[in-house]
Design a protein around this ligand. Structure first.
Ligand code: TYD
Length: 209
């Protein structure tokens, strides 16, 4: 795979969707072939799964293990249909959430065993990891206030869930400092965008195998 895979992670309302779009626009301006995509929902199958995951199906609550498997199914389709082909042709993939969201939300938030969530997710994505993950770190309660609509099923999981999720993200970043860049998401949007741009440009100037 000749391309560069970049992911954005963070709690809900951390601003990663905005930052992913700003980075993609900048890199396109430099002439790169950029694919901006997201999880869940980066494919037609994923869009159907996203509806189930964010709004539920029927009256019964979705079981935590079923939820983990649905996110993994979304990822398997997304890697095969979108991410791997773009990387194979030498493109830059900018992905709004990826495997670390499963580890932070389904293991951290829902308290499933982290090694099990990692195993199913790594199986689903064929072991493909981003070259860089931008973790937009922010106090989750403040971030919830930035949402411009009512909370969905995941966002309604409660304050304890949100603080476990944030802590899990930070733990993942500590375990893999070469892949993660942790950024303070409460700083002004343009300053944050400039830090991310500089890092991505440095990565793009490096030789890739
Ligand atoms: P996102 O698209 O970032 O939400 P929004 O459209 O509100 O910005 O993510 C949808 C939700 O799914 C979010 O609450 C995080 C959750 N999620 C998981 O719990 N596990 C996962 O593996 C992924 C990819 C997302």
């Amino acid at each position: 795979m000749r391309g560069l895979f970049l992911s954005f992670e963070g709690v809900d309302g951390s601003g990663k969707t905005t930052q992913a779009a700003l980075l993609a626009e900048h890199l396109r301006g430099l002439g790169h072939d950029v694919v901006v995509t997201r999880e869940p929902g980066g494919t037609a199958l994923g869009a159907a799964l996203r509806g189930m995951l964010l709004h539920g199906v029927g009256d019964a609550p979705i079981q935590a293990r079923a939820e983990a498997l649905l996110f993994a199914a979304d990822r398997a389709q997304h890697v095969g249909e979108v991410i791997a082909p773009a990387l194979d042709r030498g493109g830059v993939v900018v992905c709004d959430r990826y495997i670390d969201s499963s580890l932070a939300y389904q293991a951290g938030g829902r308290e499933l065993a982290a090694d099990e969530v990692r195993r199913i997710s790594m199986w689903a994505c064929g072991g493909l990891l981003p070259g860089r993950t931008y973790l937009l770190d922010i106090d989750p309660e403040g971030a919830m206030g930035r949402l411009d609509r009512g909370p969905d099923r995941m966002e309604s999981a409660g304050g304890d869930f949100r603080s476990r999720t944030r802590a899990a993200f930070l733990g993942l970043a500590r375990e893999d400092p070469d892949r993660f860049l942790v950024l303070d998401a409460s700083q002004p949007r343009e300053r944050l965008a400039a830090l991310i741009r500089a890092d991505a440009e440095a990565l793009l100037s490096q030789e890739r195998p």
